[in-house]
Ligand binder design. Structure first.
Ligand SMILES: CC(C)(COP(=O)(O)OP(=O)(O)OC[C@H]1O[C@@H](n2cnc3c(N)ncnc32)[C@H](O)[C@@H]1OP(=O)(O)O)[C@@H](O)C(=O)NCCC(=O)NCCS
Length: 145
């Protein structure tokens, strides 16, 4: 049985493995990021993750990943709800993200496409945004309330 919880620093290796399996970048991910990560896990096995990089009232939503064997069971939906609630509790008012393949998933959850020029500089300066995600990725935003 998998349970949802905040990530811990010792999750880092398992998280990087999951992200690699899902084709998402993780080179920049450090233990410090994990305070704002949520995972589905059973003991040390992690099957789904999501995180934010908080920059004042804006944040980059990143690393939404569900193990390919576990997709279609609601983990993605649940994680997105939980990270949005977590972000709100931490004073975030706008979430930005980059995606190459899940834009319709995020549209379904109220995210709208935005031009890269409309993205705040603080978000554009994150390593994830600036260099790890392909230039062809779609940028999206959602205001939280
Ligand atoms: C996108 C992803 C997180 C969805 O996870 P999931 O656990 O399969 O999603 P859920 O089971 O909660 O599905 C929720 C809904 O989204 C739909 N959906 C799932 N993946 C989708 C995708 N890539 N594009 C469009 N819709 C998608 C499902 O059909 C389902 O629809 P329904 O509610 O109408 O039945 C997962 O496919 C994934 O890990 N993709 C690779 C990594 C990625 O692209 N991450 C986003 C960039 S940060």
């Amino acid at each position: 049985m998998f349970s949802i919880r905040t990530s811990r620093p010792d999750d880092l290796p398992a998280l990087k493995t999951l992200l690699a399996t899902c084709g998402l970048p993780s080179e920049d991910l450090t233990a410090q990021h994990l305070e704002h990560f949520i995972v589905f896990a059973q003991s040390s096995r992690i099957v789904a993750s999501v995180g934010i990089e908080k920059l004042g009232t804006d944040a980059l939503l990143r690393s939404l990943a569900v193990d390919p064997m576990m997709r279609g069971e609601g983990f993605g939906n649940r994680l997105l709800q939980e990270i949005e609630a977590h972000a709100l509790r931490h004073g975030v008012r706008r979430l930005y993200l980059l995606t190459t393949s899940a834009d319709s998933f995020f549209e379904h959850h109220g995210y709208q496409r935005v031009e890269r020029s409309a993205v705040p500089e603080s978000i554009r300066n994150t390593t994830q945004y600036a260099s790890l995600c392909p230039a062809s990725a779609i940028c999206m935003c959602k205001s939280l309330s």
